[in-house]
Design a protein around this ligand. Structure first.
Ligand code: 4AD
Ligand code: MG
Length: 461
């Protein structure tokens, strides 16, 4: 096993006549005259390396009968391939069979539906589509950290178990060690003071509130972690567990927030095109033939900005029948968001200054008294991909808003404290990582861009 090289590296830099060792899983075996051809893939790139096995090799009879998915180690000499389709092939000097995959291996044929592949989420990483997908996902995670590192943002790990519901939408998954069959009760109510944390706790819906505390010490910070929402919406864009990137900047207003979001989004478009070429070509030809062109355009464009009020005017003027009626004050639905970004803007669009009634308590009140300094970035096909705002830094107004919304100060005393000593204008946003991947790969269901999706009634793998 020593000296094993990744197939990607050999295909890119291998030299004819040199000896190499590879390991991987069989994609196909084909018998020729006195030889067998194996395509071996190790996940490092989309394609496999062609292995040529001479019938003189002692294990030849087993090799020709290897099933798809079998695991092998091969050592041999890289030679120019006489056939078209690949420049080099590996002439095997030795083949070690780790395991011959049985014929009931589910990934026998070339094409399977994504629905079927979800039922074998433990195996789908070995397909071309999910290989490409998870390489792109991994690349993007690293590019995101690089983006912020290059700009001197502090990376902060906000807690996963929390006692507050940041978005206030009541979508907290509970975390408890109480006996569900017989929880301690006081006057009929469950007594969480007897629970592990002596209070009622849940999984975080956002790292924002803790992120704000760090922004008020380090100026520019970001958190990138898993978030959890028990919303029972079974759509192709919602997951109960998803990852979110949340930067927060002190001394920044809504315009600075939108500027960062645009720079960030365009940076990621550029990086994925420049550095995930092979996988992006795959998505372009298999998912969406306009994909690369669309992302290229976004990487080079300036995003449009539209007031919420103007968005409502545009939607009311639209000649398409919406399921959800439109009037000033309603929250935008996906159908509305897609109309605005696809038909009106024909590209990414910031919608800003939403009615305060439909937004979270922490957003900064505008002078008009009815809107808040919020922004959503809408993109074609996906709709909302980023949600952000300038935060209410004025203590009295924040407390007033919390009182209006029935949010108790007790559990958020530490958040309110941040408005007492050295409060300052600050702003941030959240980018849904899975929605980003959907946008950049053309995949249409959030279940197909996360390794093991959690959605209502689904958490098997
Ligand atoms: O708009 P949201 O709810 O904003 C926040 O959570 C803020 N605290 C962010 C901030 O200002 N720091 O969520 C942000 C983004 C959405 O735009 C969407 O891309 C994604 O998170 N998102 C989801 N992605 C997948 N499944 C879900 N259930 C999602 N809910 C939100
Ligand atoms: Mg939102």
């Amino acid at each position: 096993m020593t000296g094993r090289m990744r197939i990607k590296q050999i295909l890119a830099q291998g030299r004819g006549g040199e000896e190499y060792a590879v390991s991987g899983w069989v994609r196909s075996v084909r018998a020729g005259k006195g030889v067998a051809f194996i395509v071996l893939n190790d996940g490092s790139c989309l394609g496999g390396i062609q292995i040529v096995v001479d019938s003189l090799l002692p294990s030849f009879p087993q090799i020709v009968r290897l099933g798809t998915g079998s695991s092998l180690a091969v050592a041999g000499t890289l030679v120019e391939s006489p056939a078209t389709g690949q420049r080099f092939e590996l002439a095997a000097a030795s083949v070690t069979i780790y395991q011959d995959a049985a014929l009931d291996y589910p990934l026998q044929k070339k094409r399977h539906s994504f629905e079927y592949l979800r039922t074998i989420a433990h195996l789908r990483p070995r397909t071309n589509t999910f290989g490409a997908l998870f390489r792109v996902r991994s690349f993007l995670a690293q590019a995101i950290h690089q983006f912020f590192a290059e700009r001197d943002f502090l990376c902060v790990h906000t807690p996963i178990i929390t006692a507050n519901d940041c978005e206030g939408a009541g979508e907290l998954f509970r975390v408890t060690t109480l006996d569900l069959a017989a929880p301690p009760r006081i006057k009929g109510e469950v007594d969480f003071s007897a629970d592990f944390f002596s209070r009622s706790t849940g999984l975080t819906v956002s790292g924002q509130l803790e992120g704000e505390l760090f922004a008020l010490a380090f100026s520019d910070i970001y958190t990138f972690g898993p978030t959890f929402r028990a919303e029972n919406s079974n759509t192709s864009r919602h997951a109960a567990e998803f990852w979110m990137i949340e930067p927060e900047m002190a001394f920044a207003d809504l315009a600075a927030d939108a500027a960062l979001a645009e720079e960030f989004f365009r940076y990621l478009c550029r990086r994925v095109l420049d550095e995930c070429g092979e996988d992006m070509e795959f998505f372009n030809s298999h998912m969406d033939t306009g994909l690369i062109q669309r992302i290229r355009k976004v990487a080079d464009s300036t995003f449009q900005v539209m007031e919420y009020g103007e968005a409502i005017v545009q939607l009311r003027r639209a000649k398409v029948p919406f399921v959800y009626p439109v009037a000033w004050g309603v929250d935008l639905q996906t159908e509305h968001e897609r109309y605005l970004t696809e038909q009106v803007a024909d590209g990414p669009l910031f919608v800003i200054n939403y009615p305060r009634e439909i937004k979270a308590f922490y957003m900064r009140g505008n002078d008009d008294g009815r809107t808040v300094a919020a922004m959503d970035l809408l993109v074609p096909k996906v709709g909302e991909i980023i949600g952000g705002s300038q935060r209410e830094e004025r203590s009295d107004l924040l407390r007033q808003r919390m009182a209006e919304m029935g949010i108790s100060e007790e559990g958020l005393w530490w958040y309110l404290d941040s408005r007492r000593w050295g409060s300052c204008p600050h702003a941030g946003f959240g980018l849904g990582f899975e929605r980003l991947i959907m946008y950049l790969t053309g995949m249409e269901n959030i279940r197909d861009v996360i390794p093991f999706p959690r959605t209502p009634r689904h958490a098997e793998f």
